[in-house]
Design a protein around this ligand. Structure first.
Ligand code: LMR
Length: 328
């Protein structure tokens, strides 16, 4: 009986991850940490799986594991190198152990909006970044967008000095640590799956994230409010294991890459819409959103922008200049 019950549980788990794989198909596990609905990454991963399972039926099948059900972001890249998962899309802040190039995306106020991020990534420099970790066993396939980050805390944040002395959860990135220190706050690197509980229990006072993450994981429920600072970028790189990718038959690899590029183009173009919907959903659910005047926002720029000089050597002064030219 126990065996029968666990078999049922197992089937149920696989089904929620999506299509059951048939014998002979290449199994592609895609592990990520966010929710699936009203979320740029969740929607893109589901669309990717839907298309792979339909168009590559008999050759390959994809199972998506959202909400950190398979791995946290701090485990998934190791699991990928072990061959336990084939695709993931960690935020660019989570590749510190593999490359310092992505630090440019974490620098506060580096990009004025997602169009600027897109243009930078599409440049020769941006495209070359996808191959910056090949030596370490990881290949970037495409950048996926999320949005601009906002600050929330257990008290109103209007002036930068309001953040001083507070503990903020950050992603595990030295740039984000430095950014919070520039505000006189105490940065606490932590896995995404632990943030809600940490905010609720007062382990940390605040956090920074995009509207889709603030809505998707209900951070607004355990915060005083969210201040619309648009101070930084949260974006993703879809990555795979170099050996696995190169081991695929050329036709399978090409078809998968083509579907990936098409899904990327479609969903990246729709990211502003998903972001706006999530922002509205926070309001509809009773979340408080505080907007800043131009003058108030400038005070945050003045407080955080000095962080650039600390990381100029890592990201390259020429890349900072290129990003600023795109903003202009
Ligand atoms: C975070 O850890 O806050 C984000 O990277 C989560 C995500 O994948 O959007």
């Amino acid at each position: 009986l126990t065996m029968a019950v666990s078999a049922i549980v197992l089937t149920a788990t696989v089904n929620t991850a999506s299509a059951a794989c048939e014998e002979g198909e290449i199994v592609i596990k895609f592990s990520h940490v966010t929710n699936s609905d009203k979320h740029p990454k969740g929607i893109a991963a589901s669309l990717l799986a839907e298309r792979v399972n339909e168009e590559m039926n008999g050759k390959a099948c994809m199972e998506v594991y959202p909400n950190s059900t398979l791995y946290n972001d701090d485990q998934v890249l190791e699991a990928m190198l072990q061959g336990d998962v084939q695709l993931a899309a960690p935020s660019l802040s989570k590749f510190e152990a593999f490359t310092k190039q992505f630090r440019i995306f974490d620098l506060p106020f580096m990009f004025k909006n997602m169009d600027a991020v897109d243009a930078f990534q599409m440049s020769e420099t941006g495209q070359a970044m996808k191959e910056s970790m090949v030596r370490r066993g990881l290949l970037g396939l495409d950048f996926w967008h999320n949005g601009m980050k906002q600050f929330s805390a257990n008290k109103p944040l209007i002036e930068p000095s309001d953040a001083a002395g507070l503990k903020f959860r950050v992603q595990p990135s030295d740039v984000l640590v430095a950014q919070m220190q520039a505000l006189g706050a105490s940065p606490q690197p932590m896995a995404f799956s632990e943030v809600y509980g940490a905010l609720q229990q007062g382990v940390v006072d605040g956090q920074e994230n995009t509207w889709s993450n603030i809505y998707g994981k209900k951070f607004f429920e355990v915060q005083d409010g969210t201040t619309e600072t648009n101070h930084g970028v949260l974006d993703y790189l879809v990555v795979t294991n170099v050996d696995w990718w190169e081991g695929l038959d050329a036709d399978v690899r090409d078809q998968l890459a083509t579907i990936m590029h098409e899904v990327t183009a479609t969903r990246n173009a729709a990211v502003g819409e998903v972001d706006a919907e999530a922002r509205q959903a926070v309001l509809d659910a009773g979340g408080e959103i505080r907007e800043l005047t131009a003058e108030q926002r400038q005070a945050w720029v003045d407080a955080m922008k000095p962080v650039w000089s600390q990381f100029e050597a890592d990201v390259g002064a020429e890349n900072i200049a290129a990003a600023q030219e795109i903003n202009a």
